[in-house]
Design a protein around this ligand. Structure first.
Ligand code: 2BA
Length: 109
């Protein structure tokens, strides 16, 4: 068995969960925050049989889209009177980041 930990854009989370449920997979959604953008995203925990990993990856790929976001870098240390004109930096986010972990044991009571 494998545990897929997938960080996705929050707008993609519900369509993704719906697609997973339609194919009979189980998942848990957690509201999370990206360390770089400090914006909300969603992390899904998906426990699946080894043979299903590729199908689940395909579902994630089909439902998660790459987005371009812009952030303003932190201003540098400046002398008084200097004017700082921030230049937004372009960042590509997603479609999805997926960690695939081996599950030693799974119990359900
Ligand atoms: P964030 O940390 O908010 O990162 C959003 C996007 O900013 C990243 O997209 C990446 O394109 C860019 N980015 C992140 N750190 C950067 C840095 N130090 N310098 C320049 N650009 C940087 P994704 O790679 O698609 O990641 C989307 C979200 O997935 C991340 O949101 C984070 O919540 C999670 N994530 C990505 N890689 C991870 C990792 N190795 N471990 C844990 N979480 C990760």
């Amino acid at each position: 068995m494998k545990l897929l930990i997938s960080v996705v854009h929050s707008d993609d989370a519900h369509p993704l969960i719906d697609a997973l449920m339609r194919d009979g997979y189980k998942a848990t959604m957690i509201g999370t925050t990206g360390g770089f953008l400090r914006e909300g995203n969603t992390t899904l925990l998906i426990g699946v049989a080894d043979k299903d990993v590729d199908n689940v990856l395909k579902i994630i790929k089909n439902n998660c889209h790459t987005r371009t976001q812009y952030i303003n870098p932190l201003p540098p240390t400046m002398e008084s009177g200097e004017l700082y004109m921030p230049t937004p930096i372009e960042v590509q986010v997603g479609g999805a980041v997926v960690f695939i972990l081996n599950v030693d044991r799974f119990e359900r009571f």
